[in-house]
Design a protein around this ligand. Structure first.
Ligand code: 3PG
Length: 206
Protein backbone atom coordinates (compact mmCIF):
# COMPACT_ATOMS: atom_id res chain seq x y z
CA UNK A 1 0.00 0.00 0.00
CA UNK A 2 1.34 3.43 -0.92
CA UNK A 3 2.29 5.43 2.10
CA UNK A 4 -0.36 8.01 2.99
CA UNK A 5 2.21 9.87 5.11
CA UNK A 6 4.40 10.40 2.06
CA UNK A 7 1.45 11.93 0.20
CA UNK A 8 0.38 14.14 3.11
CA UNK A 9 3.97 15.35 3.49
CA UNK A 10 4.42 16.21 -0.19
CA UNK A 11 2.77 19.65 0.13
CA UNK A 12 1.24 21.80 2.88
CA UNK A 13 -2.01 22.16 0.92
CA UNK A 14 -4.05 19.70 -1.13
CA UNK A 15 -6.17 21.52 -3.72
CA UNK A 16 -9.70 20.10 -3.79
CA UNK A 17 -10.82 20.21 -7.41
CA UNK A 18 -14.24 20.12 -9.04
CA UNK A 19 -13.60 19.59 -12.75
CA UNK A 20 -16.61 20.22 -14.99
CA UNK A 21 -14.83 20.08 -18.36
CA UNK A 22 -12.17 17.46 -18.96
CA UNK A 23 -10.24 19.88 -21.19
CA UNK A 24 -9.61 22.02 -18.08
CA UNK A 25 -7.84 19.16 -16.28
CA UNK A 26 -4.40 19.51 -17.88
CA UNK A 27 -4.01 23.30 -17.59
CA UNK A 28 -5.23 23.22 -13.98
CA UNK A 29 -2.88 20.37 -13.01
CA UNK A 30 0.09 21.97 -14.77
CA UNK A 31 -0.49 25.33 -13.08
CA UNK A 32 -0.82 23.74 -9.63
CA UNK A 33 2.28 21.55 -9.99
CA UNK A 34 4.30 24.47 -11.41
CA UNK A 35 3.17 26.54 -8.46
CA UNK A 36 4.51 23.88 -6.07
CA UNK A 37 1.40 21.86 -5.21
CA UNK A 38 1.87 18.32 -6.58
CA UNK A 39 -0.92 16.56 -4.63
CA UNK A 40 -4.23 16.98 -6.45
CA UNK A 41 -7.63 15.77 -5.19
CA UNK A 42 -10.15 15.46 -8.01
CA UNK A 43 -13.63 15.17 -6.53
CA UNK A 44 -15.96 12.54 -7.95
CA UNK A 45 -18.75 15.11 -8.11
CA UNK A 46 -18.83 15.57 -11.86
CA UNK A 47 -19.08 13.21 -14.83
CA UNK A 48 -15.66 14.49 -15.97
CA UNK A 49 -13.85 13.39 -12.79
CA UNK A 50 -12.44 10.03 -13.91
CA UNK A 51 -11.21 11.37 -17.26
CA UNK A 52 -9.76 14.38 -15.42
CA UNK A 53 -7.77 12.01 -13.17
CA UNK A 54 -6.45 10.15 -16.23
CA UNK A 55 -5.47 13.44 -17.91
CA UNK A 56 -3.79 14.92 -14.84
CA UNK A 57 -1.59 11.85 -14.42
CA UNK A 58 0.20 12.95 -17.60
CA UNK A 59 1.63 15.94 -15.72
CA UNK A 60 5.13 15.19 -14.47
CA UNK A 61 5.37 15.36 -10.70
CA UNK A 62 1.61 15.29 -10.10
CA UNK A 63 0.29 12.94 -7.39
CA UNK A 64 -3.34 12.56 -8.41
CA UNK A 65 -6.06 11.26 -6.13
CA UNK A 66 -9.83 11.11 -6.03
CA UNK A 67 -12.07 12.85 -3.51
CA UNK A 68 -15.74 12.61 -2.54
CA UNK A 69 -15.52 8.83 -2.88
CA UNK A 70 -18.60 7.46 -1.13
CA UNK A 71 -18.54 3.69 -1.60
CA UNK A 72 -16.40 0.71 -2.72
CA UNK A 73 -17.64 0.97 -6.32
CA UNK A 74 -16.44 4.55 -6.66
CA UNK A 75 -13.21 3.59 -4.87
CA UNK A 76 -12.53 0.89 -7.48
CA UNK A 77 -13.39 3.23 -10.36
CA UNK A 78 -11.02 5.86 -9.01
CA UNK A 79 -8.20 3.32 -8.57
CA UNK A 80 -8.84 1.99 -12.06
CA UNK A 81 -8.47 5.55 -13.42
CA UNK A 82 -5.02 5.73 -11.82
CA UNK A 83 -5.68 7.50 -8.51
CA UNK A 84 -2.74 7.28 -6.13
CA UNK A 85 -4.83 8.06 -3.07
CA UNK A 86 -8.52 8.26 -2.23
CA UNK A 87 -10.36 10.70 0.02
CA UNK A 88 -13.87 10.23 1.41
CA UNK A 89 -15.93 12.89 3.21
CA UNK A 90 -16.91 10.39 5.91
CA UNK A 91 -16.31 6.73 6.74
CA UNK A 92 -18.75 3.87 6.50
CA UNK A 93 -17.92 0.41 7.72
CA UNK A 94 -18.67 -0.87 4.22
CA UNK A 95 -16.02 1.38 2.68
CA UNK A 96 -13.50 0.95 5.48
CA UNK A 97 -13.64 -2.85 5.31
CA UNK A 98 -13.67 -3.04 1.50
CA UNK A 99 -10.40 -1.13 1.14
CA UNK A 100 -8.33 -2.97 3.75
CA UNK A 101 -6.16 -4.66 1.09
CA UNK A 102 -6.46 -1.98 -1.59
CA UNK A 103 -3.38 -0.94 -3.57
CA UNK A 104 -3.85 2.75 -2.74
CA UNK A 105 -4.53 4.41 0.63
CA UNK A 106 -7.82 5.89 1.81
CA UNK A 107 -7.90 9.16 3.75
CA UNK A 108 -11.33 8.95 5.37
CA UNK A 109 -13.28 11.94 6.63
CA UNK A 110 -14.23 12.39 10.28
CA UNK A 111 -16.07 15.12 12.16
CA UNK A 112 -16.65 13.73 15.67
CA UNK A 113 -14.88 11.71 18.36
CA UNK A 114 -17.13 8.76 17.52
CA UNK A 115 -16.08 8.99 13.85
CA UNK A 116 -12.42 8.91 14.91
CA UNK A 117 -13.00 5.89 17.14
CA UNK A 118 -14.66 4.02 14.27
CA UNK A 119 -11.78 5.00 11.95
CA UNK A 120 -9.24 3.68 14.47
CA UNK A 121 -11.22 0.44 14.79
CA UNK A 122 -10.92 0.05 11.02
CA UNK A 123 -7.18 0.77 11.09
CA UNK A 124 -7.07 4.37 9.87
CA UNK A 125 -4.85 6.87 11.70
CA UNK A 126 -4.57 9.54 8.98
CA UNK A 127 -7.89 11.32 8.66
CA UNK A 128 -9.55 14.21 6.86
CA UNK A 129 -11.24 16.51 9.39
CA UNK A 130 -14.31 17.58 7.42
CA UNK A 131 -16.04 19.99 7.25
CA UNK A 132 -13.33 21.52 9.42
CA UNK A 133 -14.69 25.01 10.10
CA UNK A 134 -18.30 24.11 10.71
CA UNK A 135 -17.35 21.04 12.79
CA UNK A 136 -15.73 23.17 15.47
CA UNK A 137 -12.63 24.53 13.76
CA UNK A 138 -9.29 24.64 15.52
CA UNK A 139 -10.71 24.26 19.06
CA UNK A 140 -12.34 20.97 18.03
CA UNK A 141 -9.15 19.68 16.43
CA UNK A 142 -7.16 20.57 19.53
CA UNK A 143 -9.67 18.61 21.61
CA UNK A 144 -9.40 15.59 19.30
CA UNK A 145 -5.61 15.62 19.21
CA UNK A 146 -5.42 15.74 23.02
CA UNK A 147 -7.42 12.51 23.13
CA UNK A 148 -6.26 10.70 19.99
CA UNK A 149 -2.48 11.07 20.26
CA UNK A 150 -1.35 9.01 17.28
CA UNK A 151 -3.80 10.48 14.78
CA UNK A 152 -2.80 13.08 12.17
CA UNK A 153 -5.30 15.14 10.24
CA UNK A 154 -5.83 16.93 6.95
CA UNK A 155 -8.47 19.53 7.87
CA UNK A 156 -10.60 20.61 4.92
CA UNK A 157 -13.74 22.72 4.52
CA UNK A 158 -13.83 26.47 4.97
CA UNK A 159 -10.03 26.88 5.13
CA UNK A 160 -8.43 29.80 3.28
CA UNK A 161 -4.92 31.03 2.53
CA UNK A 162 -5.32 33.39 5.49
CA UNK A 163 -6.47 30.75 8.00
CA UNK A 164 -4.31 27.84 6.77
CA UNK A 165 -1.21 28.89 8.81
CA UNK A 166 -3.16 28.59 12.10
CA UNK A 167 -4.12 25.01 11.20
CA UNK A 168 -0.66 24.10 9.95
CA UNK A 169 0.85 25.30 13.23
CA UNK A 170 -0.84 22.39 15.03
CA UNK A 171 1.29 19.27 15.49
CA UNK A 172 -1.61 16.98 14.65
CA UNK A 173 -2.09 18.65 11.26
CA UNK A 174 -0.11 17.08 8.42
CA UNK A 175 -1.50 19.37 5.74
CA UNK A 176 -4.77 21.12 4.88
CA UNK A 177 -7.17 20.83 1.95
CA UNK A 178 -9.07 23.57 0.20
CA UNK A 179 -10.70 24.68 -3.00
CA UNK A 180 -9.56 28.32 -2.97
CA UNK A 181 -6.70 27.81 -5.43
CA UNK A 182 -9.04 26.87 -8.27
CA UNK A 183 -12.30 28.79 -8.09
CA UNK A 184 -15.27 27.71 -10.22
CA UNK A 185 -15.54 29.27 -13.64
CA UNK A 186 -13.17 29.80 -16.50
CA UNK A 187 -9.61 28.58 -15.98
CA UNK A 188 -6.87 31.17 -15.52
CA UNK A 189 -3.57 29.23 -15.30
CA UNK A 190 -1.51 32.27 -14.25
CA UNK A 191 -3.85 33.05 -11.36
CA UNK A 192 -3.95 29.37 -10.31
CA UNK A 193 -0.13 29.15 -10.42
CA UNK A 194 0.16 32.27 -8.28
CA UNK A 195 -2.35 31.02 -5.69
CA UNK A 196 -0.55 27.66 -5.66
CA UNK A 197 2.79 29.42 -5.05
CA UNK A 198 1.39 31.20 -2.01
CA UNK A 199 -0.14 28.01 -0.65
CA UNK A 200 3.05 26.02 -1.29
CA UNK A 201 5.05 28.53 0.75
CA UNK A 202 3.05 27.67 3.90
CA UNK A 203 4.76 25.26 6.28
CA UNK A 204 3.33 22.60 8.56
CA UNK A 205 4.73 22.53 12.11
CA UNK A 206 6.52 19.18 11.78
C1 3PG B 1 -14.03 19.31 0.15
O1 3PG B 1 -14.64 18.56 -0.56
O2 3PG B 1 -13.07 18.91 0.80
C2 3PG B 1 -14.52 20.70 0.31
O3 3PG B 1 -15.51 20.99 -0.62
C3 3PG B 1 -13.46 21.73 0.20
O4 3PG B 1 -13.85 22.72 1.05
P1 3PG B 1 -13.70 24.27 0.70
O5 3PG B 1 -14.39 24.47 -0.62
O6 3PG B 1 -14.37 25.00 1.83
O7 3PG B 1 -12.21 24.57 0.62
Amino acid sequence: MADIDRILAAAPVIPVLVIDRVEDALPIARALVEGGLPVLEVTMRTPAALDAIRAMKEVEGAIVGAGTVLNPKQFDQAVEAGSEFIVSPGLTETLGRAVQDAPVPLLPGVATAGDIMRALDLGFTRLKFFPAMSSGGIPALKGFSAVFGGVRFCPTGGITLETAPDWLALKAVACVGGSWMVPAGSVDPDAIRERARKAAALRPSA
